[in-house]
Design a protein around this ligand. Structure first.
Ligand SMILES: Nc1nc2c(ncn2[C@@H]2O[C@H](COP(=O)(O)OP(=O)(O)OP(=O)(O)O)[C@@H](O)[C@H]2O)c(=O)[nH]1
Ligand SMILES: [Mg+2]
Length: 364
């Protein structure tokens, strides 16, 4: 899962990124506008440790979250008709979710780009920037599609009209302040927009970067309604402190946390918020080679889930043998699970549940 870390200048993005990735990051894409930092965080699933003891596989593969530290969102871009740079846009479009860093900490020595520390305003501003970027993308699309339509042969036109209509509809709603993920669209309308990878369709989480003694604000408390925001995830952390702690030896960091009355490391809370906001569940696979957790969107059906292992598995899907993790542990083996009738055979449209241990039977 890829998460882009964005926010206003000097809000603490790189510090949040450092706290999450504990200094384990690499530069990438150095050409032109300077390198970007990317860091990988493992999502340790305790169920894999138990399965490891049961199967003794060669490898245990946990899910991973990749964080991308981006340059700030410039409120006065060099080019007035482009809010985000092309490169920023590409990374945001490819991301599964966005983590918006909002400054709450006070520091008289560090000027806020908008003149004052005001988290509620900053959340609104950042969401507006995302909406603006989508509006620009849709305006471009509308123009291209209209031009294409006027040049098309009469026989070609009927096939082109629905996409143009969808672009107009979504654009109008966006102008009313409704992000794409809060709009009611049919499946074919959603499909018509897939290629545009709109940013307001993505899950968004707010990371409130607080000072050491600041209370953590809430979106509710800031008066940001879920209707407008499309349902945001939220998490508070003192990024500077968390970054320092993340670089210490684990034992030393734990002592510090305890003495300061801090909860678990921020990265654990952020991971949880990511899973909840993006709406992920994990199915598991077991075997002598590897035991592995596969994060997939809630509600995914078996045939689509098979494709996360290998794209060919979607096409070649025959059926899925499924047992719930708890049942497998209770039975002690798949064979025993089959005997007791808790290992089931499921078809293409079976809805995958968190903790399902699955063996896909495929024709490749
Ligand atoms: N007091 C205080 N300072 C912080 C905190 N988090 C970050 N800073 C400081 O704020 C400044 C900017 O932090 P960065 O993490 O570089 O912010 P950024 O958003 O990545 O900045 P740009 O990429 O330049 O936009 C640094 O001097 C940090 O030390 C915090 O929680 N408290
Ligand atoms: Mg930075």
């Amino acid at each position: 899962m890829d998460i882009a870390v964005i926010g206003l200048p000097q809000s603490g993005k790189s510090t949040v990124f450092g706290a999450l990735t504990a200094g384990h990051s690499t530069s990438t894409g150095g050409a032109g506008a300077g390198p970007l930092q990317v860091g990988v965080v493992k999502v340790l699933d305790p169920r894999l440790a138990v399965l490891d003891g049961m199967y003794h596989p060669k490898k245990v593969i946990h899910a991973e979250i990749k964080f991308w530290d981006l340059p700030p969102i410039d409120r006065e871009p060099a080019s007035a008709n482009q809010v985000l740079s092309g490169r920023q846009r590409n990374i945001l479009q490819a991301a599964d979710a966005l983590l918006l860093v909002v400054r709450v900490f006070e520091d008289p020595a560090l000027l806020h780009p908008l003149g004052s520390v005001d988290p509620g305003r900053d959340v609104t501003v950042l969401l507006e920037e995302l909406a603006l970027a989508d509006l620009q993308a849709l305006e471009g699309a509308e123009k291209r599609l209209s031009d294409g339509l006027s040049k098309a042969k009469p026989a070609e036109r009927p096939a082109m009209i629905p996409q143009l209509e969808t672009v107009k509809k979504v654009k109008a709603a966006l102008e009313e302040g409704i992000p794409m993920k809060s709009q009611t669209l049919t499946q074919s309308e959603t499909m018509a927009l897939v290629d545009f990878q709109l940013l307001t369709a993505k899950p968004v989480m707010i990371a409130f970067n607080v000072g050491e003694s600041d209370p953590v604000p809430t979106l509710d408390g800031l008066g940001i309604s879920a209707d407008v925001s499309g349902g945001l995830g939220e998490v508070g952390l003192c990024a500077k402190l968390e970054e320092d702690l993340s670089l210490m030896e684990a034992e030393e960091a734990d002592e510090f946390r305890e003495s300061m009355g801090l909860e678990e490391p921020a990265v654990e809370r952020v991971k949880q918020v990511c899973y909840n906001t993006v709406g992920l569940v994990s199915f598991l696979t077991v075997g002598e080679d590897e035991v592995r957790a596969w994060p997939v969107p809630t509600g995914i059906v078996a045939q689509t889930a098979a494709g996360t292992i290998h794209t060919d598995f979607t096409r070649g899907f025959i059926r899925a043998e499924v047992i719930a993790y708890d049942d497998l542990i209770r039975c002690g083996s798949l064979a025993q699970g089959r005997k007791e009738g808790v290992l089931r055979s499921e078809g293409k449209t079976y809805e995958v549940k968190d903790g399902d241990v699955i063996n896909f039977l495929v024709n490749t």
